[in-house]
Design a protein around this ligand. Structure first.
Ligand code: B12
Ligand code: SF4
Ligand code: SF4
Length: 287
């Protein structure tokens, strides 16, 4: 089946679950008095400036701008996304397995986007600095996604933003893996070659035909099989010793019920990002 405009999913998804369904206990609220004002302000700006645009949607222009080839289209979209502020860009045909069961299939191609979080701020995790940095990058990447969607619509193509901090159609990590941005680490996060796991993810789904390179497994993925730095550092003991079969595929899967209490009480925690030996410049990388 060649990818076409938005269709309803016909194949049951594999790795699906609404977040509410996987969390046996509700996520504890972040302690209100500790919630930093700067983080609250980024949150407010996303709600009042970005979310209304996303809810309204992006109406494609009446005529489609032609591209010489999918290769040319990817090149142009990559340049555009980087100029808007993304740090990594990848393309993939969107697989139905990565779309939440209760959402429509949003389109045939995904543009995955990653934005780096500041290393100094993440080094201070867990605490208010890492939380502010998280919200800052959600906000800044949110604008990249909104603006890219606007541009695609102006070119005459459908564009469905997958904002990093709102309810999306897609699971960001496997889509980013398909787009060649990195691999799934023991810590349950996407690990990129350039920034390690210190990135936030978002995407725009579109019907513009894009050229996708085959996903690459970097050499560092092998190192991750034997390193356990994140597991030793995790305050909840949520990071696994071994990969486990999930829907027929071996993968590292964190224990969400052990993570969430710390995620809540430690203002988003982020220790599994900070502790990763594949952060650039980490002294425990074995390199
Ligand atoms: C719900 C959620 C949580 C929940 C549950 C976490 C979880 N593992 O599912 C809680 C609140 C605990 C949480 C915590 C954190 N989260 Co969170 N979370 C999400 C969210 C919104 C949905 C994920 C989901 O539906 N999980 C439920 C099921 C599907 O989980 P699962 O079966 O265990 O699968 C997980 C992975 O294995 C992977 N996955 C699933 N199937 C497959 C298949 C293949 C082939 C591969 C390669 C991967 C893969 O995706 C899932 C999420 O990581 C995503 C954004 C998004 N839309 O994807 C962000 C997201 C995964 N979180 C993120 C981050 C950074 C965090 C935290 C560090 C907190 C923080 N300060 O931001 C911690 C880290 C915990 C950890 N080590 O995983 C980032 C990850 C960035 C990265 N580098 O990978 C995301 C992508 C948000 C973003 N926009 O950047 N999170
Ligand atoms: S967010 Fe904290 S508790 Fe959750 S997996 Fe990462 S280090 Fe462990
Ligand atoms: S700390 Fe080590 S084991 Fe954990 S994700 Fe990073 S490389 Fe993999």
């Amino acid at each position: 089946m060649s990818p076409s405009d938005a269709t309803k999913r016909s194949v049951p998804p594999v790795f699906i679950a609404k977040p509410v369904r996987v969390l046996r206990e509700p996520i504890k609220r972040f302690p209100r008095r500790q919630f930093p004002q700067e983080a609250a302000e980024y949150n407010r700006r996303m709600s009042v400036e970005q979310m209304p645009l996303i809810r309204r949607g992006f109406q494609p222009a009446a005529s489609k701008r032609p591209f010489e080839s999918p290769h040319h289209a990817s090149g142009e979209i990559q340049g555009l996304a980087l100029s808007l502020g993304a740090h990594l860009v990848g393309f993939s045909p969107l697989r139905e397995e990565w779309v939440y069961a209760d959402r429509d299939f949003p389109g045939p191609y995904a543009v995955s986007l990653a934005m780096e979080m500041n290393a100094e701020e993440i080094r201070k995790a867990p605490g208010p600095e890492a939380l502010i940095e998280t919200l800052r990058v959600y906000h800044d990447l949110g604008w990249v996604i909104v603006k890219l969607a606007q541009e695609l619509a102006r070119m005459g193509y459908r564009a469905v933003p997958q904002h990093p901090f709102s309810r999306t159609h897609i699971l960001q990590i496997p889509v980013a893996v398909d787009g060649g941005l990195g691999f799934l680490g023991r810590n349950g996060l996407l690990i990129t070659e350039t920034f390690g796991p210190r990135v936030r993810l978002g995407a725009v789904v579109t019907n513009l035909e894009l050229h996708a390179d085959a996903p690459r497994v970097p050499a560092s993925a092998k190192f991750c099989m034997t390193c356990r730095a994140c597991r030793d550092a995790c305050p909840g003991g949520a990071i696994p010793d071994r990969p486990q079969p999930v829907n027929g595929v071996l993968k590292f899967k964190i224990d969400v019920d052990k993570c969430t209490p710390h995620f809540g009480s430690l203002l988003g925690c982020s220790v599994c990002i900070k502790a990763c030996a594949l952060n650039p410049g980490a002294t425990n990388s074995g390199a």
